[in-house]
Every structure is written in structure tokens, then in C-alpha cells.
Design a protein around this ligand. Structure first.
Ligand code: ADP
Ligand code: MG
Length: 927
């Protein structure tokens, strides 16, 4: 059903207070004066509000959306707009605030971002219609849409490069058995693109699944929301909406889902479990309730089998900075470093693939084949990318048209997208070997009917307005009736120009002007000094006074009124004809929506494949060998992000090898124990190998000379003493909780990265925990792992654990300073170089000297009588440090600067570093 067009005119005032001129048509009165009587409009408002108690109600009045009562107070505070009072309700002032409709998107955006939901209530008839029913009758209004974080379609409310998922989580009713046995189903849709997926999960995997999808909004039943076991979890997530039970009712789910898609049985979607159907039905019911009768073109729900993608929990995602950095920015993340896509849809697909690396070797190979084909053919790659540049966001335009929120530019986007796709299919014909994925995409690119694009080209003007209500988007010559009406309208405008000349002539007022505004329509305007003249005979017979302003006086005339009516009716007729054309074209587009959607998907697939190829060539990546073995061999591996950061400064990245493959005659992978001083490059090495696994399995080439990865099905990464003060937990507690999660969950195909676990407590505690953790990983989890530690003692374990390999990052000592070579070699670090690093960091020379003495003493005491020291240093230093030459100020400044890595500093650390540098300079200048 097409909703009546919202009407922008202010309605007749039901309270007797006249509309305010000069206030852009804003009408404000809503309630009766002092009597305490409830006006009809207030009654209407309260009925509508009562139906949407959990939403802020945007109540359309003329050119504004007004908010009243508590809503007004909340919105005024959230948006920083003025809270006013209008009228009284039952004797009490009504708080009110409003937003102009043309800026509504911007305000909606801010309210949604702050977690509010908004019900948009429109005027559904012309105020003139209402007046026909009697002077006091109220314009018909109703809510046409609920705006929630998970159901957005407007470009201005969405990030073009990210999917915005609405996720429904349903749980199977468990018997009296423990919670761990309960099953969960997830269903998620992106209503702006039509994507619809379902999967099952258990309690342990639920957080990782939610982290992977990173939804804009989560819906759950009231009951599940209130579950004591999950309450804290739901609260830790950004936008969780508890809903009445009926939305998650298993008994009606099948019927709701099938009726949405107009199919007779859910078997049409393949084998979905009852629980999955419940979650999927919750999604469509929520869409129906928020979109109020409008249907986004959702694809049928597609099942994602559990285990199809690498399980990566929230902590690991954060830690590896896959989608965003620890500080929450896209810049500096892995995604940002590998994104060479040229379309928004391609960027979204890349993000999707990166957040869910595959585990099926054959599907990974398919994607790698596509990248390989584009790597091998630079000319076709360049051509593909330049054609994609011209392809707009088909999926999002299609969704907007489907829910009645599309504009002329969306029609143009559909046309341009289809044309770009057809061109692209032709261009790809020259590709030498066409892998399956590319061949499939080419076919999809050719699917939309060329006639539709031709029709759109013929109909649409060159310059298009943002909204269809603005008119002027149908090309001249396309619709004869429209051209005639427009001519009439334009002719009348010429008549007005002539009229102005005649009036000026007759009255002798040369600066007389005919102007137009929304309140008065066309009017004659003269300066105050000429006003008197027109108000006296004989001119007052023609000029009827309308308004006196500070400097001007305004008049109307009978002729002008008639002309105005003519122009208005011609303009209205022209707009009506244009809107008819719009609806017809939109319907033609919707008739091909399935083909257009497939075409949109194909474009994003081609974008991702050619972009990854571009990246591979640009940065010299190789195709990884991915199979079902337990191998993990990386030769000449590099860290994607660090390498790019260093190359911007012209510095080289030192490539390193890693081999976690099972030793001969053993089934399980190796653990590398990595020791070496601070700043040597341990953390970088650990992460680069995890990132290479992620890249390989998402179907990308990798930064290495050679890589052989046996499919990784779980990835864990933890850093000791991670600062988690925000969540109010002790850092050591966090470290242990996370380590426990790994030791309890990691299976034989897992890849585990542990960086300095045990650092958050006293040395002996920490060492003991690290020790036991390595043993557990080796004997119980039997997974491939990289373990960086400053506990040198752990290297002794390699004598006992046959799959434990000691590695260290080489450093060189030069004139008493430590030089980092960033080269990973077999063996164990001999010393910590802690004091050298402290010196580089700029500790005062006296402190450094003193530390060396203490260390030397500790060394002796240690051997003779280890008692009395709780935190022993764990690395040996030479007994006699060479005596150093006196350092100059410049030396120490240069050394301190060299030791700093601006990318690693928090703003506060950067401040401190600056103070430290300054102190070095001024401290030594003192006499
Ligand atoms: P650690 O964990 O041993 O303290 P990091 O991995 O944090 O050391 O590395 C410290 C810095 O050294 C990094 O920020 C990076 O600039 C540099 N670095 C690390 N590995 C390399 C490498 N392989 N090549 C070049 N520079 C590196
Ligand atoms: Mg480190």
C-alpha cells in the first residue's frame, strides 16, 4: 500500500491562535488555553503516543516535527535545542520542542546514536480536507514508521562502508537442566541491503557470534532479556531491545515468516530448525512493526552452518585490531590497511569477509582464484576498478525504493549501477582464465533487463533533486502532458514579470517588486515611503494591503491572486504527473529487484577480488596455500599494518619466519616460546602470524614470501595486563579470565597467541601461571600457539615438552646501547636489556647508574642468599657494564626520540613524553 503523501501545509488552528507569520509556516498551538479542557488535537496526540510509549514521538505539524511533554524534555536535552512551553494540558504547561522537517534526518541520527527510538507521525491529509469536516476537526495523522538503530535505510543515517544489522536472538526453552545446554538461534538482516541470515549457537559461542556481526540493534524476548544469567551480558552490548513475547512466539513463527515471503512453507528456505525459524520470524515481525506496511526487499533467510567461519571472540578481535583499533577508530585497523575497494558495497563485503574468515578449504580456494586472476591480468584489473568507480550503491537504493523512501537519485543509481555492471561484464570477457566466482558474477551482471536502464535514462533529467516532492526530475520531452503543464506554469511566470512592469509603470514606483513566500504567496512589495501612496486613491482600488513590516509594505491584487491560483494548479498538476512517472519507474525497478540485487552482489564481489589483487601487487603479497592439514609455515612474514606505517616513514620492516607445523611423527602443532627484551618486536611477530591466518582464510593474499596454513577454526589472542579499567575489573583478573577461556575452549585446530601472560601479578606468581599455561596448551589443548614472555625460565620447558620451540628476537649491544634487529631466531634471550631500554626512554643518567649497581648487587645476593627479595629480576646482566662516555644533551634527546613510537602512545603518554624531552633540555642547561 502506498501511503498518502505527507502534507506539508499547516493545518487550520483548532484553538483559535493564529498561525505565526514569518515562522516558516510553523503552527504551534495544540492545547486549550486556561480552561483545562482537552482539545481534539491533544486527544489525537495522546492516543498516538499511548500506542508508542517506548518511542519519542515526532508529531508532524506543518513544516515541523514537534515533541511534547517528557519527549520534549528528553529530546531538548539530547539535541541541545530550546525547550518551550505551549498551551496548557489540564491546567499545566505543556513542554514542547520541535525540529524542522528538512533537518529531521540530522536530528534523528543524533537521537538514534544516543540509543533512542523515534516514532514518526505524519499528517495523512490536506488540512483543507479536515476543514471540510468542520472548523474544529483535526487533520488525520498516524505513525508511518518507527526509527530504530537496526532498521535504518537513509544514507545520511548509515555508514556507507559498514553493514547495519538487526539481530534477533532466540533461545530454546530448556528443561530443568543447566544453562550450558541451552541452544540459541540467531537471525540477522540488513534492511538497507536485504541480506538475511540465520544460524545456531550455544551459550559459549554466543558472544563471539555477536562480536562478529557487530549489530546495530539486537532484539530479544522480555524473558530472555530478564534471564539472570544473561542480564549483565545484554547490558554490556550497545542497543538491545527487549520485546513482548509474541514476537518470539514459536507457535506462530512459521506462519509469520512464510506470510512475509508469501510462500506456503518454510521448507522453501532449506532446512531451518524450529529455533532458527523463531528468530527469523522475530526479525520479519519487527521489520513489519517498525516499517508499518512497507516491505524492504529481504532475501529469503540463508542458513550459515556453525563452524563455517573461524571463531574469533570479542577480546581477540579487539586485540588484533581487525575492524577497528583499541581506541575504536577504523584508521589503523587491519580492515583499513587492506581496504582498496572503490565502492561502498565492496567495502562492506570486505568487512564482512574479514570479520568471518572461512574454514572450508574449497571455498577459500575459490576466492583466492579470483584474486589470482586479477593479479595475473593488470589491464583487466585496472579496467574493472575504473568501471566500478562509476557504480553507485545499488542495494541501498533498491531498499529505499522498496520501502517508499526512495528519491529520483535512487532511480538514477539503479540505472548507473546496471549500466556499469553490463560494461563490466563486457570488460571481463578479456580475462584469461575465469575462475568460478568471477564467471558467476559476470553472469549476474548481465541479468537486469537492458530496457529498464534505457527507460530510466530516457525519463530522468540530467540534474536530479534529492526528493521526489521537489519535482523537476523528469526529462523534458519524455512526457507530453507534463511538458504542456510546465509550459503553462512558465508562461504564467512570464505574465507575472510583465505585471510587475505594468504596476511599476502605473504607480510610478520604479522599485515596486512582485515577490513570493510560503505564507502570503505572491505579493507586491514596496518600501515604507511608497506604502502610503498605494494605500490611497486611486491605487487603493487595485492594491489590497496585506502586511506592514519595518521597511516594507506588502499588497496583493485580484489579478495577482488569479494568476497565483493558475500557477499553483499548473505546478501541482506538473508535480502530480512527475510523481506518477516516479511510481511507475519505481514499480518497474521493483519488478526486477531480484536481478538487481544479484547484480549488486556481483559488483561487490568483483570489487573485493580486484581490490585484494591490487593490494597484493602494491604490497607484494603471495597466494597462501590453505589446506586441511595442521601446518603453519610462514616464510618472510610481515605485519600488514606495522609494515605500512613504517614504509610511510621510509623504514624497512624486517620479515620473519614462523613454523608451528607438527614435528614429524606427531599430530599436534608446535608452540613457539618467544623471549627477548621490550621493544624487540615480540608482539608484532605474534600478531603478524595471526593476521596472516585471518587474511589467508578470508581469501586474501598474504604479506609473506610463502605461507602454508592448515585451516584454523578458532583464533585466540590475549595480552597480559591489558588495561581494562573501563569495565572496572582488575587488569590481572581480566587477564586470568581470558586465559581461562582459552585453556577451556581451544581445540586442536585453534591458533593461540599469548603475549606476556602472567605479567599482571608478582613475579613468582606470574611465572608459575605462565609455566602451567604452557604445559596445558602443550598437553591438553594440543593447538598451535605463540607465547611471548619475559620469563626467561620458561625456556627450560623445551627440554621436557617435545613440541615446544624456543625463539628469540635478536638485539645487538653497541656502545652500551641496545640496538633492535627485529629478527626472530631460534634460541632464548640471554638478558632483558631492561636498563638499556630504560636509558633509551630517557631515565636520568644517575638513576640508570644506580639501577646498574642495584642489579649487580641483586645478582650476587641471588646466588648467595636468595631470601629477602620478592621480585627478583629474571635475566642476567654482565657484572661489569662498560664505562660509558659522557652523554651530550643532544645524544640523550636523539636517543629518547628514537626510542619513542608515536603510534603506540596514548595522548597522555605523548604529553608526558613531551615534558620529559623538555626537561632533558632545560635540566642540563641550568648552571
Ligand atoms: P615487544 O613486544 O617485543 O616489546 P613490539 O612488537 O611492540 O615489541 O615492537 C616494538 C616496535 O618495534 C614496533 O612498534 C615497531 O615499530 C618495531 N618493530 C617490531 N617488529 C619489527 C620488524 N619486524 N621490523 C621493523 N620494525 C619492527
Ligand atoms: Mg610486547
Amino acid at each position: 500500500m502506498a501511503l498518502p503523501r505527507p502534507i506539508g501545509q499547516p493545518e487550520a488552528d483548532a484553538t483559535g491562535i493564529p498561525p505565526q507569520n514569518g515562522d516558516a509556516g510553523r503552527v504551534t498551538p495544540i492545547a486549550a488555553g486556561e480552561t483545562g479542557r482537552v482539545t481534539p488535537m491533544m486527544e489525537q496526540y495522546q492516543d498516538i503516543k499511548a500506542a508508542h510509549p517506548d518511542c519519542l514521538l515526532f508529531y508532524r505539524m506543518g513544516d515541523f516535527y514537534e515533541l511534547f511533554f517528557a519527549d520534549a524534555e528528553i529530546a531538548a536535552r539530547a539535541l541541545g535545542i530550546v525547550l518551550t512551553k505551549r498551551g496548557k494540558h489540564l491546567g499545566i504547561d505543556i513542554p514542547m520542542c520541535g525540529v524542522p522537517i528538512e533537518r529531521a534526518d540530522e536530528y534523528l541520527h543524533r537521537l538514534i546514536a544516543q540509543g533512542h527510538r523515534v516514532a514518526v507521525c505524519e499528517q495523512l491529509e490536506d488540512p483543507a480536507e479536515a476543514r471540510k469536516r468542520g472548523a474544529k476537526s483535526v487533520v488525520r495523522r498516524d505513525v508511518v514508521r518507527l526509527v530504530t538503530p537496526g532498521t535504518l535505510t537513509e544514507d545520511s543515517l548509515l555508514d556507507a562502508r559498514r553493514n547495519n544489522y538487526l539481530l534477533a536472538v532466540a533461545r530454546a526453552r530448556t528443561s530443568s537442566s543447566g544453562d550450558d545446554s541451552s541452544r540459541f538461534a540467531l537471525a540477522w538482516i540488513d534492511i538497507s541491503t536485504g541480506e538475511f541470515r540465520v544460524s545456531e549457537s550455544d551459550r559459549a559461542l554466543l558472544p563471539a557470534e555477536i562480536a562478529r556481526l557487530d549489530p546495530g540493534e539486537i532484539i530479544v524476548s522480555d524473558a530472555l532479556y530478564g534471564e539472570p544469567d544473561l542480564a549483565a551480558f545484554w547490558r554490556s552490548l550497545p542497543a538491545v531491545t527487549p520485546l513482548a513475547r509474541d514476537v518470539f512466539d514459536g507457535a506462530t513463527a512459521e506462519r509469520r515468516l512464510t506470510s512475509f515471503f508469501a510462500v506456503s512453507t518454510s521448507e522453501a528456505f532449506g532446512a531451518l530448525t524450529r529455533l532458527e525459524i523463531t528468530a527469523a520470524a522475530a526479525c520479519v515481525t519487527y521489520v513489519e512493526r517498525t516499517q508499518i506496511g512497507q516491505r524492504p526487499p529481504l532475501s529469503p533467510p540463508l542458513r550459515e552452518s556453525a563452524g563455517a567461519s573461524m571463531a574469533i571472540d570479542q577480546a581477540t578481535r579487539g586485540n588484533l585490531e581487525l575492524m577497528r583499533t583499541l581506541s575504536g577508530d577504523r584508521r589503523g585497523s587491519l580492515l583499513d590497511a587492506i581496504d582498496r575497494t572503490v565502492t561502498a558495497a565492496g567495502s562492506r563485503l570486505l568487512a564482512q569477509r574479514l570479520s568471518a574468515p572461512l574454514t572450508y578449504q574449497a571455498r577459500i580456494a575459490e576466492r583466492l582464484d579470483s584474486v589470482g586472476a586479477f593479479v595475473a591480468d593488470p589491464a583487466t584489473r585496472a579496467e574493472t576498478r575504473s568501471r566500478l568507480h562509476a557504480a553507485p550503491d545499488l542495494a541501498r537504493s533498491l531498499s529505499r525504493l522498496a520501502v517508499g523512501r526512495g528519491g529520483p537519485r535512487d532511480l538514477a543509481a539503479i540505472r548507473d549501477g546496471m549500466l556499469a555492471a553490463a560494461d563490466l561484464a563486457r570488460a571481463l570477457a578479456s580475462l584469461k582464465d575465469k575462475p568460478a566466482e568471477i564467471a558467476g558474477a559476470m553472469q549476474a551482471c548481465r541479468k537486469p533487463d537492458g530496457m529498464l536502464a534505457a527507460e530510466l535514462s530516457a525519463a530522468l533529467a540530467a540534474e536530479l533533486p534529492a526528493f521526489k516532492r521537489d519535482g523537476g526530475f523528469v526529462r523534458e520531452g519524455y512526457d507530453k502532458a507534463l511538458d504542456e503543464t510546465r509550459a503553462l506554469r512558465d508562461e504564467s511566470r512570464r505574465v507575472i514579470a510583465a505585471l510587475q512592469a505594468r504596476y511599476a509603470e502605473d504607480s510610478g514606483i520604479r522599485i515596486l517588486r512582485i515577490k513570493h513566500n510560503n505564507v502570503l504567496g505572491y505579493f507586491v512589495e514596496v518600501t515604507a515611503q511608497h506604502g502610503e501612496r498605494l494605500m490611497s486613491a486611486p491605487f487603493n482600488a487595485t492594491f489590497i494591503h496585506r502586511q506592514t513590516l519595518a521597511g516594507q509594505v506588502r499588497f496583493t491584487t485580484i489579478e495577482l491572486g488569479e494568476l497565483e491560483a493558475k500557477i499553483a494548479s499548473a505546478a501541482e498538476r506538473a508535480l502530480g504527473l512527475e510523481l506518477e512517472t516516479f511510481e511507475r519507474l519505481a514499480a518497474a525497478v521493483m519488478a526486477q529487484s531480484v536481478n538487481i540485487k544479484e547484480c549488486a552482489e556481483a559488483l561487490s564481489i568483483l570489487d573485493v577480488a580486484s581490490a585484494l589483487a591490487h593490494l597484493a601487487v602494491e604490497r607484494d603479497y603471495v597466494r597462501p596455500q590453505v589446506d586441511d592439514s595442521h601446518a603453519f609455515v610462514v616464510e618472510g612474514g610481515r605485519h600488514v599494518v606495522v609494515e605500512q606505517a613504517l614504509s610511510r616513514d621510509g623504514a624497512p620492516f624486517i620479515a620473519n619466519n614462523c613454523d608451528l607445523s607438527p614435528p614429524p611423527q606427531t599430530g599436534a602443532g608446535r608452540i613457539w616460546l618467544l623471549t627477548g627484551p621490550n621493544m624487540a618486536g615480540k608482539s608484532t611477530f605474534l600478531r603478524q602470524n595471526a593476521l596472516i591466518a585471518v587474511l589467508a582464510q578470508m581469501g586474501s593474499f598474504v604479506p609473506a614470501r610463502r605461507a602454508h596454513i592448515g585451516v584454523v577454526d578458532q583464533l585466540f589472542s590475549r595480552v597480559g595486563a591489558a588495561d581494562d579499567l573501563a569495565r572496572g575489573r582488575s587488569t590481572f583478573m581480566v587477564e586470568m579470565v581470558e586465559t581461562a577461556a582459552i585453556l577451556n575452549q581451544a581445540g586442536e585446530r585453534a591458533l593461540v597467541i599469548l603475549d606476556e601472560i602472567g605479567r599482571g601479578t608478582a613475579t613468582f606468581d606470574g611465572l608459575s601461571i605462565a609455566w602451567a599455561t604452557v604445559e596445558h596448551l602443550h598437553d591438553v589443548n594440543k593447538c598451535r600457539a605463540l607465547f611471548a614472555t619475559h620469563f626467561h625460565e620458561l625456556t627450560a620447558l623445551s627440554g621436557r615438552l617435545d613440541r615446544l620451540h624456543n625463539a628469540t628476537v635478536r638485539v645487538k649491544e653497541w656502545q652500551g646501547d641496545v640496538v633492535f634487529l627485529h629478527e626472530v631466531v631460534t634460541g632464548a634471550a640471554d638478558r632483558s636489556y631492561g636498563i638499556q631500554v630504560a636509558k633509551l626512554a630517557g631515565l636520568p643518567p644517575s638513576v640508570i647508574e644506580r639501577a646498574k649497581m642495584v642489579l649487580a648487587k641483586l645478582e650476587q645476593e641471588d646466588r648467595a642468599a636468595p631470601k629477602g627479595f620478592e621480585d627478583l629480576p629474571l635475566f642476567a646482566v654482565p657484572q661489569k657494564a662498560p664505562r660509558e662516555k659522557q652523554e651530550t644533551v643532544e645524544d640523550s634527546l636523539v636517543a629518547a626520540l628514537a626510542a619513542m613510537n608515536p603510534d603506540d602512545l596514548s595522548p597522555r603518554e605523548a604529553m608526558e613524553a613531551l615534558y620529559m624531552l623538555k626537561a632533558k633540555l632545560t635540566g642540563t642547561r641550568k648552571p
